[in-house]
Write a protein that binds this ligand. Structure first.
Ligand code: NAP
Length: 341
């Protein structure tokens, strides 16, 4: 399969390249960047030195291919999407341009009317754990947000089981700096970021809408910037309708994820890594999901951790590509991570 990446000089573009260059069934034909056109891709992604001779081509110079990955900032895909769909039969867009189904919700969270509501309806939210069969048949796949992926995978099983109050669900997310992209602005500069524990979105974060769309419930999301390059940790506070046991919770999560290749249930009685932790997931496509029962407060604490550039972006996108192409879902995504790291 011949693929190309539009917006390949950034963080998710680099991660896509890292995965696709070693994927046994894929040839990367083109990677675009205007700022680095003509330069070798290893200039932007030094981890790819001596791995490929690819050079960046300008964004406008796209040849036909079988599948196109879009790794551009929000708002850039929409205008060119008709051209992209002609150039490639299938498109996987990592931005938030096509994630929300409801145009009114898009206006509420992004402040403008969506110019192609027809494509909002036609696109598939690219989270295989929820939409596996639709992804296989999709033409336009919209990659989920990184915080949204963690929150959805943590709380959806509880909401589906009907055991929690769906009007009172608090998601507390911690985010590494690479989630802001290569040009994350002053907040990503070392002097401002180093040692940080900053509430950057106490309310109103755009991923709220995605989480509600895909998991259900009314979500109160607060986001924090922390001292990490990669990683999302979502700690979700769900209030029980009736009392449940830890055994009940195990069953709910096992039923949801027992067969999932990239979701692991992590709730241990002892040890350092008793609950999901992004540190040991760097570079992997795993989302670790765990839980703790707080009988005192009538609460379940649902926890999810992932690497924002992998299961939160490029990893899930490659997982979707595997589904579209009919390859084994885990192909090219087998990296197990490092410990210690
Ligand atoms: N970072 C994450 O953890 C994460 C997770 C999930 C989803 N996402 C989404 O993925 C997308 C890419 O994020 P990122 O972190 O990789 O961003 P990034 O590091 O800022 O990279 C942006 C890329 O987009 C290209 N670009 C800029 N304007 C463009 C245009 N008009 N047409 C085509 N390409 C253009 C840039 O190319 P030039 O070299 O020409 O500037 C660069 O290659 C965003 O929409 C983001 O919301 C990111």
């Amino acid at each position: 399969m011949k693929v190309a990446i539009v917006g390949g000089s950034g963080y998710t573009g680099g991660e896509l390249l890292r995965l696709l260059l070693r994927h046994p069934k894929v040839e990367v034909g083109q990677v675009t960047s205007d700022s680095m056109a003509g330069k070798p891709v290893s200039r932007a992604h030094p981890n790819l030195r001596k791995v490929t001779d690819l050079v960046f081509t300008p964004h406008a110079d796209l040849d036909p291919c079988d599948l196109l990955f879009l790794a551009m900032p929000h708002g850039r895909s929409i205008a060119r999407i008709p051209e992209f769909l002609v150039r490639a039969g299938k498109v996987i867009d990592l931005s938030s341009d096509f994630r929300l189904k409801d145009p009114a919700l898009y206006r509420e969270y992004y402040g403008v009317d969506h110019p192609r509501p027809d494509l909002l309806a036609a696109s598939v939210y690219g989270l295989p754990e929820i939409h596996r069969e639709a992804i296989r048949r999709a033409t336009l796949i919209s990659g989920p947000g990184c915080i949204a992926t963690a929150a959805i995978l943590a709380i959806r099983p509880l909401l589906k089981a009907g055991i929690i109050d769906d009007e009172r669900l608090v998601v507390d997310a911690k985010t590494g700096s690479s989630a802001g992209g290569l040009d994350g602005g002053p907040a990503s500069q070392h002097a401002e970021r180093s040692g940080v524990m900053r509430v950057y979105a106490p309310a109103g974060h755009r991923h709220t809408a995605e989480i509600e769309q895909e998991a259900g419930g009314k979500i109160a999301l607060s986001c924090h910037a922390v001292e990490a390059v990669r990683g999302i940790l979502a700690t979700c506070h769900a209030f029980l309708k009736d009392s449940v046991s830890t055994k009940d919770l195990w069953k709910i999560y096992r039923d949801a994820y027992g067969q999932e290749p990239f979701v692991r249930i992590v709730t241990e009685a002892s040890g350092l890594y008793r609950f999901p932790e992004p540190k040991i997931l760097a570079g992997t496509n795993f989302c670790d999901v765990g839980f703790a029962l707080d009988a005192h407060a009538g609460r379940v604490v649902a926890i999810a951790a992932l690497d924002n550039l992998m299961k939160g972006a490029a990893g899930t996108a490659v997982q979707c590509m595997n589904l579209v192409a009919g390859y084994p879902e885990t192909m090219g995504l087998e990296f197990l991570g490092l410990h210690p790291v």
